[in-house]
Structure formats: C-alpha cells, structure tokens
Design a protein around this ligand. Structure first.
Ligand code: SAM
Ligand code: SF4
Length: 336
C-alpha cells in the first residue's frame, strides 16, 4: 500500500454525505458485457446492452479517477460486467495506479480470463482481487453461471502465483442451489489463505430473483457452517472497510465474511462508495434508481468534480431492496 500525504480536514467536509459518511471509494464498471450468465445477475434474454461507443474510454475513466482523487477519494475498484473482457483493462489499471492519490486498486472478476491476465494486472498496479466462485462442483457452477469452473480455478492459481496483497472469493447464496458448496468453499479458501465471503441475494437483475424459496440469509449460512466448528465474531476485523462482517472458524483458523445486505439492519451505515457505470453515470446507491450523468462534463470539458460532489450530496441513507425494489437496469450495467 502507498503512503499518501493528506489534508484530511479540508477534504472530509466535501466528501461527507448528508448522513455523516465519508465517501472515498469509487467502483468503476468498465463494461456491461459478460462472458457468463449468472442466474442472479443477468436477466434471461437481456437485450439492453449499452452501445460500445457509449462505454467510457480508458482516458475518460482515468479522468474521472483523477477528479475523484482531487476530492480525496483513495480506493478504486474495476468491475463490470466482466472487466477482463476489456482489451485495455491493464492500460486502464496502470493509468489509475499512476495517479498520485490512489491508495488501493482492486478488480472484481469472474475469473474466467484471469489465467492470462493475473501477472499483467499485478504489474499494472492492481493490489486486490475479488473473484466470484459460487460453487466448486462443476455441475453446480455451470447451473449457476453457465460457465466452466476449471477455467476459474486455473485463474485463481494464476492469481495466487502473481502474489496479490488480497484475494477474496465471493459466493452468492442460493437456497436449493449452492448451500452444499459453503463448507467446501471455506476449506478451499482456507487451504490457500484466501478470504471467502458469502453474499445474500439482492434484487439487482429483476425483483423476481429475490424469490423467498431461493433466498438464503447469511444467518442461515452461519448456522450451516457452525455444524463444522465454532464460529467466533471478529467485530474489529474489517479489511478494506467493506460491508462484510467477519467470523473465524476456530478449529480451521479460517476467516469467513458475510455480506447480508437484506438482513443486516445497519448495513448502509458505513457505506463509503459511489459507482460509475460503464456508460458514464454516477450512481450513489446500488439499491436506488438515482444516477447523475458525467458524460456531458467529460466530453465538453465541464466540471467533473462538481458532478461527483453532487452525487455525494445525493447519496441516500439506505437501499430500497426490502421495499419491492424493481431494478431499472441490471447489475452488469451498473457495476457490481
Ligand atoms: N463479473 C465480475 C464478477 O462476477 O465478480 C464482476 C461484476 S459482478 C456484478 C460483482 C459481484 O456482484 C459478484 O461477486 C457477483 O456475485 C455479485 N452479484 C451479482 N448479482 C448479484 C445479486 N443478485 N445478489 C448479490 N450479489 C450479486
Ligand atoms: Fe457476469 Fe459477474 Fe454478473 Fe456473473 S455476476 S453474470 S460473472 S457480471
């Protein structure tokens, strides 16, 4: 991690939203395209892709990051869609990492193309990887994503070989689909000294995804894990200040994270992020519809920082997932 000189007191006031949260994290969707078709993410028959010409260029993405750094943002993550589908992903990462204010740079990926990109991403400055892995059993993995788990496992091996500072595995919980994968995933991650996080289903592709029969809460997942050993809460352990709450499986010595967006009452209290969509909209909250268009400012030499500050001021207190939220566009478009 780099050391960055700060004048925190000046910046904090501007970056504080209406609820006292300091916003210093930007998640950047570099494409809405994906090479998998996860049941919970990509609506069947989806046709609402952005035109390639509407995707921000590498230079435009880097300009947004530069403006964010000027406001005191320090943490950045490239996501999508599947970010490794962008031919210029390493160029984007290197351009961001070269900016003086950037403290941490991560990538979220499904891992399918990681084998060929792991070393290049590390060289470009990427510090942390979040890799989606919903199952180890090939058939279960295929049912959920449409893909081949062997490719992802080779990608994970390549990432381990490239020596990233942090590698986290993400597994979306689905009752009747992958609860049998929870314990094998914990063991797999522990053996390789990676963190694994279990995520509650959110209605981010269609409201129907949150079907009661398929929803598995993080509390239920903990009960299932407790059959394999004692789970001890680690309230002080918050790597990257993310939304996960961590527990330790005492016997295994493994740390396991739980992201309970639907069932954790104070889930939004420590939210520190804005999202940038692949087509240049700033989204203050994943679970609310509001967006601000950055494209006019970007393409007409306008005030990019001003739009970012407006997005901070517009950040709502909470998501609306539990209130029959109907996504306007799916997570691949918004950026996960
Ligand atoms: N393609 C990359 C990947 O799969 O990691 C990055 C984008 S993906 C949208 C980012 C994260 O969002 C993944 O961990 C994925 O599991 C999660 N995600 C997608 N749809 C979700 C849903 N309906 N509920 C909870 N998490 C979801
Ligand atoms: Fe693609 Fe990631 Fe969405 Fe799966 S979760 S469809 S891999 S963007």
């Amino acid at each position: 991690m780099r050391l960055v000189a700060t004048t925190k007191l000046v910046w904090n006031e501007e970056r504080m939203d209406s609820y006292g949260r300091i916003i210093d994290y930007l998640r950047i969707s570099v494409t809405d395209r994906c090479n998998e078709r996860c049941l919970y993410c990509m609506p069947e028959g989806y046709k609402g892709w952005a035109k390639k010409a509407d995707h921000l260029s590498a230079a435009e993405i880097i300009r947004v990051v530069e403006a964010s750094c000027g406001l005191g943002f320090r943490k950045f993550r490239l996501t999508g869609g599947e970010p490794l589908l962008r031919q210029d992903i390493e160029e984007i990462a290197a351009g961001i990492w070269a900016l003086p204010g950037v403290q941490t740079l991560g990538v979220s990926t499904n891992g399918v193309r990681l084998e060929r990109h792991a070393q290049g991403l590390k060289r470009a400055g990427v510090r942390s990887l979040n890799i989606s892995l919903d199952a180890l059993t090939p058939q279960v993995y295929r049912t959920i994503t449409g893909g081949n788990v062997e490719e992802v496992l080779r990608g994970i091996d390549a990432a381990l070989g490239a020596d990233f500072e942090v590698i986290k595995l993400n597994c979306v919980l689905m009752r009747g689909v992958n609860e049998g994968e929870i314990w094998p995933l914990v063991q797999y991650a522990a053996e390789r000294k990676m963190l694994v996080r279990f995520i509650e289903l959110m209605p981010v592709s269609s409201a129907g995804v949150l079907d009661e029969s398929r929803f598995l809460s993080v509390q239920d997942a903990m009960v299932m894990l407790a059959a394999y050993g004692r789970l001890e809460a680690l309230p002080e352990y918050r790597p990257g200040n993310g939304p996960a709450r961590y527990y330790q499986l005492a016997e295994l010595g493994a740390r396991v994270g739980f992201i309970g967006a639907l069932t954790t009452p104070d889930f939004c209290e420590s939210c520190n992020k804005l999202r940038l969509t692949a087509d240049g909209k700033l989204r203050p909250c994943l679970g609310r519809h509001g967006e601000l268009d950055l494209v006019p400012a970007l393409r007409n030499a306008g005030d990019v920082s001003g739009v970012i500050l407006e997005a901070i001021r517009n950040k709502p207190e909470n998501h609306e997932f539990a209130e029959c939220y109907e996504p306007g566009r799916p997570m691949t478009a918004i950026g996960g």
